[in-house]
Design a binder for this molecule. Structure first.
Ligand code: TRP
Length: 329
């Protein structure tokens, strides 16, 4: 496929800490697969982090750097893919301001994540920025005239809103933006150590920056099928987080493991020991790349600078169209 023909993807992660295996399997690996066939912009959205942690901003820049290391270690190729720190590309903010003028507050108040965040984080007086979170996300995508957005199911309402905003802009000022389609990741999301969704706030994560010993120790503490108390009890692998990891990282031996667990031949302690081996082996190439990248911070900064530059070329084009459509140029 020639460069011109490739469809544009913008996708991103909000980094509130180090990246974990859920981020790797749920998003990063998918981006790596897509980067050959699409013009891919992989965002690190630091402004979105401010919507909830505006008081404590001291760690954001370091998290951004760590995320860049993880993106590269997972296999994003900076020759093909622009790794974009959102705040380094001013057009994200410009388009956000313009889109905010045409987005009814009622649309934003209906977004499920807005209600969830307010409740979970006990936010009594939500900021204008928190309400506008999805408008900033729409700006992220539309400023690249993104056509495809790989996201998890939880982001669907945001994408729907992005399409509504694009339609409204096009209706008001003339056809400018494509309506971006979501590309749902079809593979199962890895559970956390305790079987719930893997999330920093639950303390149930395996981080890409964990050492092999830390990974083995975390695997040792993983929850298994609660109905399997002793080795000889028949297990229910489909309800067991250890088995979910086994399927993800060693599919070739999953069937036999399932049989042995159900037959009471494989105990949870032994299975977790196996999984510790499987995981540390699977992650070794990524760990090696991580170490090399950490030893060369100048390279990583260079990648981010180049990413921002490529992003600006694209977003400048879009903003020119936008200003003209709005008759402000
Ligand atoms: N809201 C997304 C999340 O929490 C992160 C995000 C911000 C994003 N801007 C985006 C994802 C643009 C895709 C496209 O995961």
């Amino acid at each position: 496929m020639s460069q011109q023909k490739k469809k544009v993807i913008f996708s991103a992660m909000q980094v509130t800490g180090r990246l974990h295996l859920g981020n790797l399997e749920g998003a990063l690996r998918n981006w790596v697969r897509l980067q050959d066939d699409y013009e891919l912009y992989a965002g690190i959205v630091d402004l979105h982090s401010l919507t909830t942690s505006y008081e404590d901003t001291g760690e954001i820049l370091e998290n951004v750097r760590q995320a860049a290391v993880d993106y590269l270690a997972a296999g994003l190729d900076p020759e093909q893919t622009a790794i974009v720190v959102q705040s380094w590309v001013p057009a994200h903010c410009e388009l956000h301001a313009l889109l905010s003028m045409i987005t009814p507050v009622g649309w934003l108040e209906r977004v499920p994540t807005y209600k969830e965040k307010r409740e979970q984080l006990h936010i009594a007086s939500p900021s204008y920025g928190l309400l506008g979170y999805p408008v900033l996300m729409a700006a992220d995508i539309l400023v690249y005239r993104g056509e495809v957005v790989p996201v998890g199911r939880d982001q669907e309402p945001h994408l729907e809103l992005t399409r509504e905003i694009a339609r409204r802009f096009n209706h008001l000022y003339g056809q400018t933006f494509p309506e971006p389609q979501s590309l749902l990741t079809e593979f199962a999301v890895l559970p956390g150590l305790d079987g719930r969704k893997m999330s920093k706030s639950y303390g149930n994560c395996i981080y890409l920056s964990d050492s092999p010993d830390e990974v083995r120790e975390k695997v040792r503490t993983m929850f298994t099928d609660p109905k399997k108390i002793r080795k000889a009890d028949p297990g229910h692998p489909d309800e067991c987080p250890v088995y979910a990891y086994h399927v993800a990282y060693a599919p070739e031996s999953a069937e036999e493991t399932k049989r042995a667990c159900e037959a009471g031949e494989l105990g949870c302690v032994a299975h977790k020991k196996d999984l510790g081996d499987i995981l540390t082996e699977a992650l070794t190439p990524l760990w090696e790349r991580r170490e090399a990248l950490i030893a060369d911070p100048g390279y990583v900064d260079g990648v981010l600078q180049k990413g921002a530059q490529r992003a600006c070329e694209k977003t400048d084009e879009t903003m020119e169209l936008v200003w003209r459509a709005m008759k402000l140029r």
